[in-house]
Design a protein around this ligand. Structure first.
Ligand code: ADP
Ligand code: MG
Length: 729
């Protein structure tokens, strides 16, 4: 008999090594959580005549011809013709030499894949293959007439091997406890775990499979939400220093000088924060909002409240450019309130200090001193803030900007710098709006505040796709528009997907666009994306001759970056040709045009974020998405969607739908996803419900003493390498 933790080698013998090596499956539980990707029902195969372009089809057919050849170095193509007895079609395999070997003429097999149209003929490219006359015998008693599970497989651990091992594991499985409390299972009408594992791997009917899925998807949401609920409870129990409001302090003075009215959202969230930092348990809050909704002001007001109460704040930014920008804009916003001990400083003024990795020794030493002595009320910096040498006299608040660029450990490194055994209050900000399901999952340990509206008086940002392949004249028109804007006294950004130049493309390049969408099926790569270094001379020599054009990218020394950014902010530069270093935080209200080159290289949210760099003042703004893609390509549809709406929440949902969901968590927190059945797109209600139920259970029994099986499932999740994003909070 076996439990979920039983090593596979005890159950499946030699196959265990294959499963471990190629799929990283070590225990019975690992294997049984390796769910079928799809199911095929015998006798219900797709007639070749009925294949629809674009659908995922499974074909049972006989191989009639195989021809293979290398088409360029490292790219080998095999065309396999298959027939259903009447008609035939071609399957194309790239770099799958084992297919040529196993797909001999006369063999019958299942082929599953997306139907494509190639010169008027239907074909499948790299379909999944299942031989049925194989000696392994798919249609043995176990599966005869039944629904056949198709597993995510590799060349070595093929779906047959997995089927066999799963069968052995299920036959040996002895599960006596179920992590889902019985009362809850009954109320939610969910089947037991054992039945669910049976039903997902060897369903007799599709209805059975669906019930199994519902239960297992619930578990994914529920166990995760129990982790989050426990984390919220634990954090709420830690000690923090209460930072109570001080009348007539920096915050009041700041508010009195603000050149604009706070939006209702800014005011409301400000009150929530004031309330939470006045408590002697740490605030742990996520602030999200539309690009340009004024998150920074909210953060600055929180930091001033802490300064009023005698504490310090640290603002952690993901890049030098952003840290410098925050430092500058906070200093400007505070004016004489930031000139402590200086001529013209207000008498209760504080000091704002910048600390980044590339600062000179002297500047660095003085910044460290400001932080350690308590002279600095606000310390703005990059990862350099996390180093052990950096100490604070009394760190009261940590603000993390663009949280998705930091790991949990980094957030924690800062939190550990508070005095004694206390924890600072934490305010995390995200650059773009994120769908609620993502917030509940990735940031489930935080309370969430959302700035929904933009400040009044913002001009609209109009976005166009500039399809330069179909309409080459658009290329000139793009630059003409830039010249017009500059002639009107405004400034422009031109963003390229890469730096370019002779240096090889570095996969860790911080400037690289995030490949945050599933690029499967997108345009063939015809040339490398445009780089800043290539575009710049074309603009200065030709299209934008006579304008003040400068570049900004991550390989420039930080003083140069800073000087360029300052020049742009001061209006001494008309056009900034940059990489995505300008993606976040950069705030120049006079910039009214954003040109994004090879726009299809960027994800939806990233385009929205980049576009948010304009439209920050009152002048109407323009965003041009330059692309060579054809109008009917899927990637082009993404660009049209971005052009069609400025609603960041809608775009973030769209982004989510288009990405493989597994990458969401990974990207947000540098971990791999443990979500297999749960969909962050479709299962919103389920996730919300799981959160409520989990909170109730944890409130009643924080240690889960009365739910040992659930406690074990929680421990399991935390121990799995798919849960890196959950670690150490
Ligand atoms: P984001 O939410 O994208 O970080 P920022 O905090 O950078 O937005 O704010 C964008 C711009 O809007 C800044 O120039 C800021 O000074 C300005 N701003 C913030 N709040 C208001 C407001 N209530 N009214 C007018 N302008 C505002
Ligand atoms: Mg910002």
């Amino acid at each position: 008999m076996a439990g979920l933790e039983t090593p596979l080698k005890d159950i499946v013998g030699k196959s265990a090594k294959v499963l471990a090596d190629s799929l990283d499956l070590d225990t019975v539980g690992d294997l049984l959580r390796h769910y079928p990707r799809r199911y095929v029902q015998r006798g219900e195969l797709t007639d070749l005549r009925d294949l629809q372009v674009g659908e995922y089809a499974t074909v049972f057919a006989e191989v009639t011809k195989v021809s293979a050849r290398p088409i360029r170095p490292k790219l080998r193509k095999a065309d396999v013709t298959v027939s259903d007895g009447t008609r035939s079609m071609t399957l194309t395999f790239f770099n799958q030499p084992w297919q040529e070997k196993q797909l001999r003429v006369g063999r019958k097999a299942f082929f599953a894949g997306k139907v494509e149209d190639f010169r008027g003929k239907r074909q499948l490219t790299n379909p999944e293959v299942q031989l049925v006359d194989d000696e392994l015998g798919v249609f043995d008693a176990e599966f005869a007439g039944a629904i056949l599970p198709v597993y995510p497989a590799t060349a070595k651990a093929n779906t047959f091997l997995i089927q066999r091992c799963v069968r052995m594991a299920l036959d040996m499985l002895d599960l006596d406890d179920d992590p889902l409390p019985t009362e809850l299972a009954t109320r939610l009408e969910l089947i037991g775990l054992r039945a669910a594992l049976e039903g997902i791997h060897r369903p007799k009917t599709f209805a059975e499979r669906d019930k199994a899925r519902a239960r297992l998807a619930w578990d994914e949401a529920f166990v995760l939400q129990v982790v989050m609920a426990r984390r919220r409870a634990a954090s709420a129990g830690l000690p923090a220093t209460a930072r109570r409001p001080v009348a007539g302090g920096l915050l009041d003075d700041f508010d009195a000088r603000l050149p604009f009215e706070l939006t209702d959202g800014q005011r409301r969230i400000g009150l929530t924060i004031a309330d939470e930092i006045s408590a002697d348990h740490p605030m742990h809050r996520l602030l999200q909002g539309e690009v340009g909704s004024g998150k920074t002001v909210v953060a600055v007001r929180a930091m001033l409240a802490v300064a009023d109460a005698g504490g310090q704040s640290a603002l952690l930014a993901p890049t030098e450019v952003l840290a410098q920008q925050h430092f500058r804009s906070i200093t400007v916003m505070l004016g004489d309130l930031a000139l402590r001990g200086q001529l013209g400083g207000a008498d209760h003024a504080t000091t704002v200090t910048l600390l980044t990795g590339s600062m000179g020794q002297a500047a660095r030493r003085s910044a460290l001193l400001d932080a350690a002595s308590g002279a600095a009320g606000i310390v703005v910096g990059t990862h350099a803030l996390l180093e052990e040498k950096v100490q604070f006299a009394d760190l009261g608040l940590v603000v993390v900007d663009e949280q998705h660029k930091f790991g949990v450990e980094q957030r924690d490194a800062l939190r550990a710098k508070a005095r004694d055994d206390r924890r600072p209050h934490v305010l995390v900000m995200t650059a773009t709006p994120i769908p609620r399901t993502v917030a509940m999952t990735v940031y489930g340990d935080l309370e969430v505040s959302t700035l929904e509206e933009l400040p009044k008086g913002r001009a609209e940002i109009v976005t166009y796709v500039a399809p330069v392949a179909e309409k080459p004249s658009w290329f000139d028109r793009v630059w003409q528009r830039v010249r017009d804007e500059v002639a009107g006294g405004h400034q422009a950004y031109v963003v390229c997907p890469r730096i370019g130049g002779d240096e090889p493309d570095d996969p860790d390049d911080p400037d690289a666009p995030r490949d945050d969408h599933d690029s499967g099926g997108s345009a063939p790569v015809v040339r490398p994306p445009i780089g800043v270094l290539e575009l710049l001379p074309r603009l200065t020599d030709d299209y934008l001759r006579g304008l003040r054009v400068q570049m900004l990218h991550g390989r420039m020394p930080s003083e140069a970056k800073d000087a360029t950014m300052r020049g742009f902010a001061d209006g001494e530069i008309d056009v900034l040709v940059a990489t995505t270093v300008v993606e976040v935080g950069v705030d120049v209200a006079n910039a009214t045009t954003m040109v994004i080159m090879d726009a299809e290289r960027f994800g939806v949210s990233q385009l929205h974020q980049l576009r948010g760099r304009v439209g920050r003042g009152e002048a109407a703004s323009l965003c041009l998405l330059v692309t060579e893609l054809a109008a009917d390509s899927p990637a082009r549809a993404r660009l049209d969607a971005v052009a069609g709406t400025t609603d960041g929440f809608r775009l973030s949902e769209l982004d989510l739908e288009q990405r493989r969901e597994g990458t969401i968590l990974g990207q947000q927190q540098h971990g791999r996803s443990d979500l297999r059945l749960l969909s962050l797109v479709r299962d919103r209600e389920l996730i919300e419900r799981a959160r409520d139920e989990a909170t109730a259970i944890v409130d009643a029994d924080p240690e889960l003493a009365t739910h040992p099986a659930l406690a074990a499932a929680v421990a399991d999740l935390l121990a799995s390498d798919g849960a890196e994003f959950l670690e150490k909070a």
